[in-house]
Design a binder for this molecule. Structure first.
Ligand code: 5AD
Ligand code: FES
Length: 347
């Protein structure tokens, strides 16, 4: 099958075999990129129209007990200026976001044992009390079923936990031996079972990643049926073992965004900050390839530079209001608009 036939088959069946995905990825060229991008954007338009949903991201701690080889805030990076936001600062940040129009908040942090279940439940309950009309998304890594359940009961609605790679062998190349893909997957199924709207995802162009790995990622996503899939290019951080590895490309990232859109026309698909970091118009390209979510930073400017998962991250010096203006201009420049609603998955 040629590229057009493969894309047509994906469009029709919303899935391909492992071999077919590998072929589609390996043989991509400008023509197939344009073809799949147009189909993908058209399907996103049918479900979500010209709307792009903004989520206000609050990076509440950069302490992390893990030591993922790719990540700038890994435990063994002693050059990080570590911080934790307390409950009142987190609430204050939500209030500022609410005043700017945000109705969807994402609390993200490293795996920080300081935030035990009781404390985290208090924080979520306080946000829920002040913002009954907002979606609360958590991105706190791997926790117990009991912990996930308690946070859900306290008012959290959604959870983001990237699987990172669906190949056990590749997973081991990116993580210390204390971590496993099996446990990561178990957490994802627990979250789903509890009733969270689950988001997963992976880095594009991660060290040692093959087209077969990417095909496995797509097949795993088909099986999990998440409501959201976050993918962005790997970008090296200078204080990690992967400091000399090349970044992922915008070209492959947008191609995969289009594939994901054709696999599920309703998916919430962010055009990520890392995509905007490797190319000035990366986020716009992501939207045009089929993405429909952006996640501007709401964290207090005083800590932004310290949440550095990778080098040269954009928006670390801008106030939330500045990013709001910048992003809306960018989205409008390509014919789309930010819709400040909760931005739920449309069934
Ligand atoms: N480059 C790009 N993305 C990264 N992440 C972590 N480190 C990097 C990096 N160096 C991503 C991971 C994680 C998410 C919060 O950020 O996929 O799940
Ligand atoms: Fe933050 Fe443009 S979105 S400066």
């Amino acid at each position: 099958m040629n590229q057009h036939e493969l894309i047509d088959k994906l469009y029709k069946n919303q899935i391909l075999s492992q071999d077919e995905f590998v072929q589609l990825i390996n043989n991509r060229d400008e023509d197939s990129q344009v073809y799949i991008g147009q189909l993908a954007r058209c399907e996103a338009d049918k479900v979500y129209g010209k709307d792009v949903y903004p989520r206000g991201l609050i990076e509440y701690t950069n302490y992390c007990k893990n030591d993922c080889l790719y990540c700038g805030i890994r435990a063994s990076n002693s050059h990080v200026n570590r911080y934790r936001l307390n409950q009142s600062t987190i609430l204050e940040t939500c209030h500022q976001g609410y005043d700017l129009g945000y109705r969807s908040f994402v609390l993200q942090g490293g795996e920080d044992p300081y935030y035990k279940d009781e404390l985290m439940v208090d924080i979520v309950a306080a946000i829920r009390k002040d913002f009954p009309d907002c979606a609360i998304t958590l991105s706190l890594g791997e926790r117990s079923y009991k912990s996930y359940q308690a946070l859900y009961n306290a008012g959290a609605n959604r959870y983001l936990l990237r699987h990172e790679t669906a190949s056990e062998e590749h997973y081991q190349k990116l993580h210390p031996s204390s971590m496993s893909l099996a446990h990561r997957k178990e957490c994802l199924y627990h979250l789903k079972d509890i009733g969270y709207a689950v988001g997963t995802g992976f880095m594009v162009g991660a060290p040692y990643q093959t087209a077969e790995n990417l095909a496995d990622d797509l097949l795993f996503i088909k099986e999990l049926e998440p409501k959201m899939v976050g993918i962005g290019p790997f970008v090296p951080h200078h204080e990690t073992p992967f400091k000399d590895m090349p970044s992922g490309t915008a070209e492959l990232t947008t191609f995969l965004i289009s594939i994901l859109r054709l696999m599920n026309h309703h998916l919430l698909l962010p055009s990520t900050t890392s995509l905007g970091t490797i190319e000035p118009t990366g986020r716009e390209q992501g939207i045009l390839a089929g993405a429909n979510v952006v996640m501007p930073n709401l964290s207090p400017v005083s800590v932004r530079g310290d949440y550095e998962l990778y080098d040269n991250k954009i928006c670390t010096g801008e106030e939330a209001a500045e990013c709001k203006g910048c992003l809306s201009r960018r989205i409008e420049s390509i014919g789309y608009r930010l819709n400040y609603c909760r931005g739920d998955y449309i069934e």
